[in-house]
Ligand binder design. Structure first.
Ligand code: C5P
Length: 231
């Protein structure tokens, strides 16, 4: 099933059963689902197949980063499973990203391929230690433009970066934004948060939401409350 919703719900669970239990309380017409490293490492392609079987589109958030041929093969493998979106690290460089995009095009696979720029856990000091003298903000811009020029369909970015990346890379460049906290939710361990409405107004194209929905008493009611904030 394909949906127009900008909402991507993060299935951050350690087991297939727990992930499917949450998926079963959600509606594939009103959201997509994100599968990350822990769930995928534990349950493998079975989880993707089970979610597809329930009608969901899947963002496989494995953040590939390796030599070009290896990443292209991994991206192709994800796309062959029919995932809607997959991602790589922009720090892998132009050749890595171009090779991955070319592989999708050559195989006629329409999976969206997006890039992670700078992990939000990296502060200026952390970057400096890895030899990157630029500030996190300017490194994000540099890597987003590189991702755009290398054929990526978009980036993962904070809503604070969306407006600037809209200017630099255009409206069609996807801006997939975590750190979303609806008006009704607590920030939890997310430090820089934005409401769904503000994030979309800032230029985000998709919103990744985890605990405000997955830990709600009634996940679909929480999802409906977010939809209401977006209208
Ligand atoms: O529960 P919460 O809404 O904070 O979940 C957000 C999701 O987005 C999690 O899967 C988290 O790993 C991911 N994410 C994030 N911040 C980033 C990148 C990804 O919260 N900078």
């Amino acid at each position: 099933m394909s949906t127009d919703s900008p909402l991507i719900i993060a299935l951050d669970y350690p087991s297939l059963d727990a992930a499917l239990c949450m998926a079963d309380s959600l509606d594939p017409a009103r959201c997509r689902l994100k599968v990350g490293k822990e769930l995928f490492t534990r349950s493998g392609p079975d989880v993707v197949e089970a979610l597809h079987g329930r009608g969901f589109e899947v963002f496989l958030d494995l953040k590939f980063h390796d030599i070009p041929n290896t990443v292209a093969g991994a991206v192709e493998a994800a796309a062959e499973q029919g995932v809607w979106m997959v991602n790589v690290h922009a720090a892998g460089g132009r050749r890595m990203m171009e090779t991955a995009r070319e592989r999708l095009d050559r195989q006629g696979l329409s999976t969206r391929l997006i890039a992670v720029t700078v992990l939000t856990s990296m502060m200026a000091d952390d970057l400096a230690e890895t030899g990157v003298a630029a500030s996190p903000a300017s490194q994000v811009e540099r890597l987003a433009v590189l991702a755009h020029d290398s054929g990526m369909h978009g980036v993962v970015c904070s809503a604070r970066e969306s407006a600037r990346l809209h200017e630099l890379c255009g409206a069609d460049f996807l801006k997939v934004t975590p750190g979303i906290r609806p008006a009704f939710a607590q920030a939890g361990d997310q430090r820089r948060v934005m409401t769904p409405g503000d994030a979309m107004a800032a230029g985000s194209t998709h919103l990744v939401v985890g605990r405000p929905i997955t830990q709600a008493e009634e996940p679909m009611a929480a999802l409906a409350a977010i939809e209401a904030e977006l209208t």
